[in-house]
Design a protein around this ligand. Structure first.
Ligand code: PLP
Length: 419
């Protein structure tokens, strides 16, 4: 009998095999039929320290037995309080207020609502959002609205709200981005906020840009009083080599979104951090000005306990050293594969290595993606190219043998399969 499960980003009509994973450890996934797969994409960019981390697993078990769930409107619990305190300590001032949600997309929805609420409560009807070309911020309606339009969201286009799009700062065209942002910020009516993926646009094709441009974009927004939202959902928790990507540019946003690696990639949780100015705009004795957003599981205690265990790992273990080491090991392998004639634009930021395969077509539906995915699956590797863009984003604990196996498969594909 076929499964009733409807999978995300999966065309069931193609009848491709769907491996059934029974357990995981470190950078390895084990399937019911006894195979061992290398998780080369950190299970959709979430797994940081590795699967089955014993400290996070123990924290979850302990918390589940103690307090599993409690409404978070008007109630609180120590795992959430401790987590909020720790995040405020780890992130730069003035990011002093922590709002919980449960996915990257919802953290973005919250960020947008905070920004619009800020302006509404100040009596300024600013509601236009500026975005960067090729961005991806999630799959809910608001998050799709601030993301690139295309195959991901074409059927829903009539529902998506209008935004101002700033060109991606491709090498040599950075000034055009800054000029466009300057003009958009100065336009009337004034925009409410600019949302960006700092230093690297993930789903848009692992497109990188320099910290200097991030800093200059932040400065343009500050000059015009336009709120700056950093979506660190993918980039946070060390992915780009530092705890956050903003850190590399010395940028402090007005609003920051974190998810994925917040719990070490073990259980869903997200936070949206905001400055006192944004919190204070909602602070009043008027109940009509409270922040109207929640979900049933807001700040679930078990998820918060997992995040606290993750933060303890960051404090006690040499996580940044592991990240730097993985970056160097990725770089060495990327340089070797970059020598192949079909490889274009090799690039690396922290633990993320990416390149494009020349195919004359750059779209997400490029025929290369399903072929490469199947090629890797046959070699016991989990990899999901973005069109003709290949990226390797493994858990920080991956060893040399597994990394070599991933690059050997990619080399074989580029040399033979892409032909
Ligand atoms: N923002 C960015 C930058 C992302 O990369 C993603 C997911 O990949 C999201 C938001 C959405 O996160 P989620 O899939 O947890 O909703």
């Amino acid at each position: 009998m076929s499964s009733p499960v409807w999978h995300p980003f999966t065309q069931h009509g193609l009848g491709e095999p769907i491996p059934l994973v029974s357990h995981a450890e470190g950078a390895a996934l084990y399937t019911g039929d006894g195979r061992r797969f290398i998780d080369a994409i950190s299970s959709w960019w979430v797994t940081t320290h590795g699967h089955g981390n014993p400290r996070i697993a123990a924290a979850i078990a302990d918390q589940a037995a103690r307090l599993d769930q409690i409404v978070f409107a008007g109630w609180t619990h120590e795992p959430a309080e401790a987590l909020a305190r720790a995040l405020v300590e780890m992130l730069p001032a003035p990011l002093a207020h922590v709002f919980f949600s449960d996915s990257g997309s919802t953290s973005v929805e919250v960020a947008l609502k905070m920004a619009l609420g800020f302006w509404a409560h100040r009596g300024e009807g600013r509601h236009r959002i500026l975005v960067m070309e090729h961005s991806y911020h999630g799959d809910t309606i608001g998050a799709m609205s601030v993301g690139a339009r295309g195959v991901f969201n074409r059927p829903y286009a009539p529902l998506l709200f209008d935004v101002g799009t700033i060109p991606y700062p491709a090498a040599g065209r950075e000034q055009a981005t800054l000029d466009a942002l300057e003009a958009a910020c100065a336009a009337s009516p004034a925009p409410a906020a600019f949302i960006v993926e700092p230093l690297i646009l993930g789903a848009g094709g692992m497109l990188v840009y320099p910290p200097r441009i991030l800093a200059e974009m932040r400065a343009v927004c500050a000059r015009h009083g336009v709120l700056f939202i950093a979506d660190e959902v993918m980039t946070g928790w060390g992915r780009t080599g530092t705890f956050t990507a903003c850190e590399q540019a010395g940028v402090v946003p007005d609003i920051m979104c974190l998810s994925k690696g917040l719990t070490g990639g073990v259980i869903p949780l997200a936070v949206t951090l905001a400055t006192p100015a944004i919190f204070d705009a909602h602070f009043s004795e008027d109940r009509g000005r409270m922040f109207f957003h929640s979900s049933s599981y807001t700040a679930n205690p078990i998820a918060c306990a997992a995040a606290n265990a993750n933060i303890a790992i960051w404090h006690d273990e040499p996580v940044l050293e592991r990240i730097a080491d993985l970056g160097a090991r990725q770089q060495a392998r990327l340089e070797r594969i970059a020598a192949l004639p079909a490889v274009r634009s090799p690039r690396r930021l922290g633990t993320i290595a990416a390149f494009d395969i020349a195919d004359g077509e750059g779209s997400y539906l490029s025929a290369i993606a399903p072929r490469l995915m199947a090629f890797c699956r046959d070699r016991s590797i989990l990899l999901r190219p973005l069109g003709n863009t290949v990226y390797v984003m493994p858990p920080y604990c991956i060893d040399d043998a597994d990394l070599d196996a991933v690059y050997a498969a990619l080399t074989a594909f580029v040399e033979d399969g892409a032909a």
